[in-house]
Design a protein. Structure first.
Length: 452
C-alpha cells in the first residue's frame, strides 16, 4: 500500500499494525504522519511501536552478526526476516569458507599428527571428524578414543658394590630429559619379549623387574600408549637374561637407564650453575652413587647416548634456556675429567639419533631416504649440531680401543603425540648388536640359577 492509502484508511481493520510498521520501516511514512491523521487509535499505536522495537532489534542483530554461528542464530530467531536472502547467502559463503579451512586444518593435522593429543583433537573437532581422520590414517579409532596415559612403576636401585651381580654386561642408557630414551628402551624390551627370550635371573636382590614389565606392558598388540614427557624421570637398574629363541645359552645383561636429570647435574658441575629442582637432587645423588659403582665394577660395559633429532631441529630449549648441545657438552667435560669411564672394560659406545624417521634430505638424490642414507644424514646432523661432544666421544673411543658407532632409531609410527605402532626393525638392530657384543654365560652358571 502507498502512503496515501495507508493514511486514508488507517482506522480500518484492513490497515493492520504490521502494514503500518512495515511502511514506517521502509521509509514510506513516519509515525508522526500516522498520528497527524487523528484516527490512529492507541491500541494500534502500541502494536506498531512494539513491532518497530522488534524491527530495530532485528536490524541490530543483523548488523552485529559476523560469524556462521550468529547468522544461523539470526535466521532461527527471524525466519521471515527481510534479510533472509542476504543471511542465506552469508551462511552458504561462510560454510564453504569453513569447509575449506577445516580441510586445510585436517591436512595440517595429518602432516603434523604428533603435535596433538587425542583429547585435544576430539575437543576441537568432535568425535565424528576425528574418527574419519583415523580412517584416513589407517588408525583404529577405538585405540585413540580409549587412550589412557600409562603410569610407570619404579624399583629401588643398587646402593652398594655387593648389590651389583658380577658376570653381567652393564648397558648404560644416557639421554637428556625428553630425548626419547625411555620410549626407545620400552621398544627394545618389548622387541626382546616378542622376538627373543627374556627372563629374570635368580638373584638375591631383585632390581628393575617391575619397571621393566611396566615398560614392556606399554605395548598391547604392538600398539603403545606412550608415557608423557612430564613423567617423573628416574634412574633404574634392570638385570635380566636374554637369548635368541634357537639358542641354548643366555646372555647376562643389565640395563641402567640414567635419569635425564643427570645431565642437569653435569651442567651444574661444569658451569657452576644451579638448575636441579631441590626434590630431584636426592635422587640424582643416589643415581650417581650407583653410577660410580657400575663404572668401577669389573663387569663389561656398553654405552648408548640418545639424542632427539626432532627436538634439535625444532630448536627446543628447556625452561633454563638450555639445549641438548649445552647438556651434552657439559657431559663431555665431565667424561673428559673421568678418563676411566670408557677405559675400564667398555666394549662399545653408540650415539643413537631418535625419531630418525623425521630425518629429511634437501638433496634430490636422497629423495627416498633409506636406512643407510638416513644413517649418513644422522652422522652429518650429529657433526653439525654436536661437534664438540662427538669429537670427544670418538677421540676417547679411539684412544681406549672401544668400538664406536652412530645408529638411527625410531620406535615406530607415532600418532597423536602418544600412540605408537611398534617398528621392530630398529630395536632388533640394537638387540642383535648386544647379542654380538655380549658373550653367553657358562652353561653351569645358568643351570645353577634355574636349579636354585
Amino acid at each position: 500500500m502507498d502512503k496515501k492509502s495507508i493514511l486514508t484508511n488507517i482506522s480500518y481493520p484492513t490497515v493492520t499494525a504490521d502494514i503500518i510498521a512495515d511502511a514506517i520501516r521502509s521509509g514510506i511514512l513516519s509515525f508522526e504522519d500516522a498520528l497527524n491523521t487523528g484516527e490512529f487509535e492507541r491500541t494500534k499505536q502500541k502494536a506498531v511501536k512494539d513491532l518497530l522495537l522488534m524491527y530495530q532489534k532485528e536490524d541490530n542483530d543483523f548488523q552485529s552478526s559476523n560469524t556462521l554461528k550468529l547468522f544461523r542464530e539470526f535466521l532461527n530467531n527471524y525466519p521471515n526476516s527481510k534479510y533472509k536472502d542476504q543471511v542465506d547467502k552469508k551462511i552458504l559463503d561462510l560454510e564453504s569458507e569453513e569447509r575449506e579451512k577445516q580441510s586445510q586444518r585436517l591436512e595440517h593435522i595429518k602432516i603434523n599428527i604428533n603435535d596433538y593429543k587425542p583429547d585435544e583433537l576430539i575437543n576441537e573437532l568432535g568425535e565424528d571428524i576425528v574418527r574419519d581422520l583415523c580412517t584416513d590414517l589407517g588408525i583404529d579409532y577405538q585405540v585413540v578414543l580409549n587412550y589412557d596415559e600409562p603410569e610407570l612403576k619404579f624399583n629401588d636401585i643398587p646402593q652398594t658394590v655387593d648389590d651389583i651381580p658380577s658376570g653381567y654386561t652393564d648397558v648404560f642408557f644416557w639421554g637428556i630429559p625428553s630425548s626419547g630414551k625411555t620410549c626407545a628402551l620400552a621398544t627394545i624390551l618389548c622387541t626382546m619379549k616378542d622376538k627373543y627370550t627374556i627372563t629374570s635371573p635368580s638373584l638375591e636382590k631383585k632390581f628393575g623387574a617391575t619397571y621393566r614389565d611396566s615398560l614392556i606392558n606399554i605395548f598391547n598388540n604392538q600398539t603403545a600408549y606412550l608415557p608423557a614427557a612430564t613423567q617423573k624421570d628416574r634412574t633404574q637398574y634392570m638385570p635380566f637374561l636374554l637369548k635368541r629363541r634357537n639358542e641354548d645359552k643366555y646372555r647376562q645383561i643389565s640395563f641402567f637407564e640414567l635419569s635425564g636429570e643427570v645431565f642437569k647435574y653435569f651442567h651444574e658441575l661444569e658451569n657452576n650453575s644451579n638448575i636441579l629442582a631441590d626434590d630431584d637432587r636426592g635422587n640424582i645423588e643416589k643415581a650417581f652413587k650407583t653410577l660410580d659403582i657400575l663404572l668401577s665394577s669389573k663387569n663389561q660395559k656398553i654405552h648408548f647416548f640418545f639424542i632427539d633429532y626432532q627436538q634439535e631441529t625444532k630448536g627446543t630449549r628447556d625452561k633454563h634456556n638450555l639445549t641438548q648441545e649445552n647438556y651434552l657438552n657439559a657431559a663431555a667435560t665431565y667424561f673428559r675429567d673421568r678418563e676411566d669411564i670408557f677405559k675400564k672394560k667398555t666394549d662399545a659406545v653408540y650415539v643413537v639419533v631418535t625419531k630418525s624417521d623425521q630425518i629429511k634430505s634437501d638433496n634430490e638424490n636422497y629423495k627416498n631416504v633409506n636406512g643407510e642414507i638416513r644413517t649418513q644424514l644422522a652422522g652429518r646432523f650429529l657433526s653439525d649440531n654436536f661437534g664438540n661432544f662427538m669429537d670427544f666421544i670418538e677421540h676417547r673411543c679411539k684412544k681406549d680401543s672401544v668400538d664406536f658407532n652412530v645408529k638411527i632409531f625410531s620406535i615406530g609410527d607415532v600418532y597423536f603425540k602418544s600412540i605408537c605402532k611398534i617398528n621392530y626393525y630398529y630395536a632388533t638392530n640394537i638387540v642383535e648388536d648386544l647379542l654380538k657384543k655380549v658373550k653367553p654365560a657358562g652353561e653351569s652358571r645358568i643351570s645353577k640359577w634355574f636349579n636354585s
